[in-house]
Design a protein around this ligand. Sequence first.
Ligand SMILES: Nc1ncnc2c1ncn2[C@@H]1O[C@H](COP(=O)(O)OP(=O)(O)OP(=O)(O)O)[C@@H](O)[C@H]1O
Length: 381
Amino acid sequence: MLLKEIPRDTLVRPLSRNEVVGLLVRLTIFGAATYFSIKWVVDALDPTRKQKLQEKKKAEELMKQIGVEGVKLTEYEMNIASHLVNPRSIKVTWRDIAGLDDVITELQDTVILPFQKRHLFKGSKLFQPPKGVLLYGPPGCGKTLIAKATAKASGCQFINLQASTLTDKWYGESQKLTAAVFSLAVKIQPCIIFIDEIDSFLRNRSSLDHEATAMMKAQFMSLWDGLDTGTDCQVMVMGASNRPQDVDPAILRRMPTTFQINLPTLKQRQDILKLILTGENLSNAINLKEIAEKTDGYAGSDLKELCRDAAMYRVRDYVRKQQMRQIVQQLKSNGENEERPVDEDCLRPITQIDLLFAVEKMKESKAATSSEIAMREFPLD
Ligand SMILES: Nc1ncnc2c1ncn2[C@@H]1O[C@H](COP(=O)(O)OP(=O)(O)OP(=O)(O)O)[C@@H](O)[C@H]1O
């Protein structure tokens, strides 16, 4: 029907109440349908939608596990929450760390006590847990172990933040995620934000930095400073680094509490070996001091690898012995194809010779890798 065909009276007369209500209902339905259609199209076009849904699900499960319920999280906080570690699920305790008693005692006094005895320190800015702690030293010496044991002992929530979580995102997203790290930590406090290899994440700022990276670092620092405002804020950033000299000095200033975790001394190596071999079937003639003496310059992770290797020799021996027995049994049964069960069913104990073999093997592989690195650093042509 054309507009001019509509009677003039109908056009100029005021609308009745029912007509206004009907118009409003139609407009509302149309608006809602348009909104949901656009939202559906935008969601369908979002390349990260699937990942976001997975992260949301994981985050919700983790929040439930750690007993934080009824806290409303934004989409970005959900993303960060998927990196939460339930302190109760952490297996590492102080007893799993050998030779670092001094570091552990100091950590207990300066970091864990203020978290555990919150009521004693309430209201005082001086007795808050430090806002930043740095663990530094060569690789494989127990920094990650210490961070995990700290989270377990303090009972704090633990955000295990990977640099890539913040840096791999689209332009602008990394800043929103950085903000979410701190806002989430405050919502679920007491909380430790752990950043392994902090040197690669918050390294010396340079003019070569991408604009987004530079902004993210500046924002990280200002949010970190913001934690200082409340006396009851129980959030701490804990960084671990093999190369503290590469960490931005402005970041280092924010981590005044530092713990140096060096390569283990002779006594510490002996303690680490003893701990690693606890519960294993060892021969009586084991002399761990001799092994510790032969492993100068080895990290805790090297000692673990060495013990694993030593333990494997007896497995190889066992398998060979089994094979020999089978051959002998087959020969004895004069070609009868019948397979007899092999009686011996346990491994022999780990011996000193196994450990010494493992030391020699590791020395060779260390020499080979260091000469390979030297070749890479000083190419022949
Ligand atoms: N003091 C120690 N006591 C017991 N085990 C140790 C100790 N130090 C290292 N280890 C062993 O070495 C492994 C690696 O240690 P960890 O990951 O904590 O080292 P890291 O210093 O964080 O190394 P990276 O810098 O490479 O991350 C541990 O899982 C543990 O088995």
